[in-house]
Structures are given as C-alpha cells and as structure tokens.
Design a protein around this ligand. Structure first.
Ligand SMILES: Cc1cc2nc3c(=O)[nH]c(=O)nc-3n(C[C@H](O)[C@H](O)[C@H](O)COP(=O)(O)OP(=O)(O)OC[C@H]3O[C@@H](n4cnc5c(N)ncnc54)[C@H](O)[C@@H]3O)c2cc1C
Length: 415
C-alpha cells in the first residue's frame, strides 16, 4: 500500500485523486493545501463577483467529498519544500510528510508589477480574493482594472454588470493581447467602448497613490486616472516555490512528460504549475486552462497509482468568454508565430473568424460573435494531420456555418 501525496486543491488535484480512486481503494492519499477550504474553481470567481452565483457555488466539492474518497487532508498549511532524496514534503508549519509518489498541483498566482503602490491594490484568483473585491467595490462608483487580458476583461464584465464605471489600462496597444489577433481585438474594443468602458491602451501604470478614500494612477502618458478601487490583472506565474532548490527541472513551470512525470523520480506535476512540450515548436509551455488542469490531473493520478495514463500537450488552449455579451473564443496559436503557417479569415460585421494552419494541421483559431464552432475546431486541432477532405472543407467553406460563404485568404483585405 503506497502513500500518495497531493499538494494543491484545485481542478488538477481533485481530478488526480478521483483518478487514483478509480483504480485503487487501497492506496493512502494525503492532500495538502495552503487554503483552509474545500476545492473551488477560479473560473467561477467572476460569476460570484457579478452576483449570478452565490459564494458557496464557487466550491466544486464539500469536506465530505474527501472523507468519502478516503483522503486525509491537511488544509491551511501549505507545502514550502520538497526533498526528493528523503521523499518528503515540508509544510509551512514545520511538519514533514513522507511520500511514495508526489503530485505537485499548486496552480499559479497573480503577479503584480513592481510599481509604487501596486502592492496595496487588489488581485483576483482565489475565492477569498473574489469576496474581498466584492466587499470593497460594494460602494465604489469607479473601478480601474490594470490589464486587459482574459482575467482583466472578465473582471470588467462582472463589475460593469454591477453598474460600476470601468476604466481599463493596458500596456499593449490592444485588448486581449495574448489571446486575440488585432482584428478580433478591435471588435472587442468597439464593444467595450460602446458600453462606456474607458480604455487607456498602450499605457503603463507608473504609480498608484492614495487619494482620500480612493486611488490615483499615474500613467506613462502623464495622465492621472482616479478610481475608488484598483484591481491588477497583469499576469500569473506558476507556484513552483516549493520545488526551488530541489533539483526538479523548472523552466519556469515544472517540466513534465506526457504522463505528468517531472525530471525527478516519484514526483509528478499537473495543471497551471506544469509545462509540456508543444508538438510543433518543440518548446515547453504552460497551458493555463481548466480543461488542461483536469486532464493533466487525471493522467498524473493514474500513473501515480501504478496505471498508465498518457496525455499529449494539447495545442488547443481553448478560452471562451463573453465580455459585455460579445462571445469570443481563442484556440491555440492566434497569430502565425513564424514562416510555415498560413491563415484564413472572414469578417461580417461583428462576426469574425480566423483559422491558422501549419502545413496540414489546424493549430489555431479566433472566433468573435459566434463561438459554437470552438468545440469542433479544438477537436480538429488535436489531430496531427487533417484528412484532405476535412482540410479542403475548412479551407474552402466553413462546415459549421455554410451559409456564411467561403473563407477569405488573409492576403485579401479583411472587410
Ligand atoms: C478569474 C479567472 C477566470 C478564469 N477563467 C477561465 C476560463 O474561462 N477558462 C479556463 O479554462 N480557465 C480559466 N481560468 C484559469 C483556470 O482557473 C486555471 O487554469 C485552473 O484553475 C488551474 O487549475 P490548477 O488545479 O492547476 O490550479 P488552481 O486552481 O490554481 O489550484 C491550485 C491549488 O494549489 C494550492 N496551493 C498553492 N500553493 C500551494 C502550496 N505551496 N502548498 C499547497 N497548496 C498550494 C492553492 O491554494 C489551490 O488550492 C480562470 C482563472 C481566473 C482566476
């Protein structure tokens, strides 16, 4: 009977323990989390923020779940070090927990740039963060969000629905800079501005100063923006602190193979903290999505329990959101990273679609306005080579919206 230890309590951790129990009732499992609460989904925090779900609904299980799965929990005492030679995990409180197999599923944390005053502003990742933002913004009339990425725009959407005046500051010259191409981002920008959201694009925040009960944000343009509440959504980094100095390969996430194995024996990683190999570029990358976390957790859990799970790194990083009622989907590569790629686009009013190919493989897509095809496209992206019939249909005519006519090559002007 082995002792399997899981550090973390999110989608990856929870699915790993489900996978272990799907093949073995006999292994001992200990789950360690820095937070003293059952698992919740960060994806649901913005739904709670705008009031469409209650606080309880963010949680994806209750404490009985762990008991019924025969799992010992250590909640509220995070792991600070892993000692591979001694096969043990050291907790913040000083306790050392021995393991036969260890899963690192510690997710990621929001990073805040080193700007004077930024450290006193809010960020959103955890259920506790969401509760804090909701409380503080209750009586606010203006909220500034720094960062117009996926998380930033979901915060904007949630608070705009609660009738807050929203100001967004983004250092790139477009919204959703990492997950949308320029044309898709321009449509999103139109929607935001049409709804009264004030955008400051291509500008950096240099300082956040206290101004009475609110804040003043000094921008690189020289302007000072005033807001009652400031939320930073400026990126995330993998929570690898417990592995620093352990010898486990980091770059910056934990490098894993297709079975979730790290460079060290008996240590696995899954979810936002892990990075796998991109099948085309050969580079390792983090795939920070909920789907990747639950799949990676399942595969690592099976292997820890002595099974044989396998998961290729999925090029289809699928993100679907609907800020201010405009559905957008971003899958894999949204801009051709280098030569050898080609793109097809079509635009019709605020409906925009783009497919990115690498030879006979579909490697990316952007959908704006209509996102129903995201499921089919992500499925096709998992194939190493498209069949000639499928590729011809994709290139010549959308199989899912035939009424919209043929796809136009990018070389032609997008209208
Ligand atoms: C506002 C928001 C919206 C999002 N929207 C989407 C979306 O629409 N679609 C999508 O696919 N993804 C979305 N994501 C991303 C998605 O939530 C993550 O990819 C996913 O939660 C990763 O799961 P995980 O299990 O790897 O990590 P997490 O869910 O972050 O869980 C990590 C766990 O590890 C614990 N932990 C951290 N450090 C330690 C330690 N040292 N010791 C012990 N425990 C530790 C944490 O307390 C936490 O319980 C969103 C995220 C946010 C914040």
């Amino acid at each position: 009977m082995k002792h399997l230890v899981i550090t973390g309590n999110g989608g990856a951790a929870l699915n790993a323990l489900r996978a272990i129990r799907s093949v073995s009732r006999s292994h001992n499992i200990t789950l360690i989390s820095g937070e003293d609460c059952p698992a919740y989904s960060p994806v649901l925090t913005t739904h709670y923020l705008c009031g469409t779900i209650s606080y309880r609904k963010m949680f994806i299980c209750n404490r009985d779940f762990y008991r019924s799965h025969g799992v010992k929990t250590i909640l509220g005492d995070g792991a600070v070090a892993v000692e591979p030679d001694r096969q043990r995990v050291v907790l913040a409180g000083g306790q050392a927990v021995p393991y036969d197999e260890l899963l690192v599923a510690t997710g990621s944390s929001v990073t805040v740039p080193p700007i004077p005053g930024a450290g006193e502003c809010l960020t959103l990742w955890s259920a506790a963060d969401a509760r804090r933002i909701k409380g503080v913004s209750q009586n606010a009339s203006t909220v500034a969000v720094v960062g117009a990425g996926l998380i930033g725009l979901q915060i904007v959407d949630a608070l705009w629905r609660r009738k807050k005046k929203m100001i967004v500051i983004e250092m790139q010259d477009r919204v959703l800079p990492r997950v949308m191409d320029a044309a898709g981002a321009a449509i999103m920008q139109e929607r935001l501005e049409g709804a009264g959201v004030q955008l400051r694009l291509g500008q950096q925040v240099w300082e956040v100063a206290q101004r009475g009960g609110g804040k003043g944000l000094r921008l690189s343009s020289g302007e000072t923006v005033e807001a009652d509440v400031v939320v930073f959504a400026t990126g995330v980094r993998p929570n690898t602190g417990l592995l620093e100095g352990s010898g486990v390969a980091l770059s910056p996430g934990v490098t894993v193979d297709e079975g979730g194995r790290t460079s060290a024996e008996h240590i696995y990683a899954a979810g936002d903290v892990a990075q796998g190999t991109h099948p085309i570029t050969g580079r390792t990358q983090v795939n920070a999505t909920w789907t990747n976390a639950v799949e990676g957790g399942w595969v690592a859990g099976l292997n820890m329990a002595g099974g044989s799970g396998f998961s290729r790194w999925r090029p289809a990083r699928v993100n679907i959101l609907s800020p201010l009622g405009l559905p957008v989907a971003s899958l894999g590569e949204v801009d051709s990273p280098e030569s050898g790629y080609d793109e097809l686009v079509r635009r019709n009013g605020s409906t925009y679609r783009k497919l990115v190919f690498h030879r006979h493989r579909l490697v990316g897509a952007v959908l704006v306005g209509e996102v129903e095809a995201a499921g089919i496209l992500s499925h096709l992206m998992d194939r190493e080579t498209l069949s000639p019939v499928v590729e011809a249909r994709l290139r010549q005519r959308s199989p899912f919206h035939a009424a919209n006519g043929p796809w136009e090559p990018l070389q032609q002007e997008v209208v």
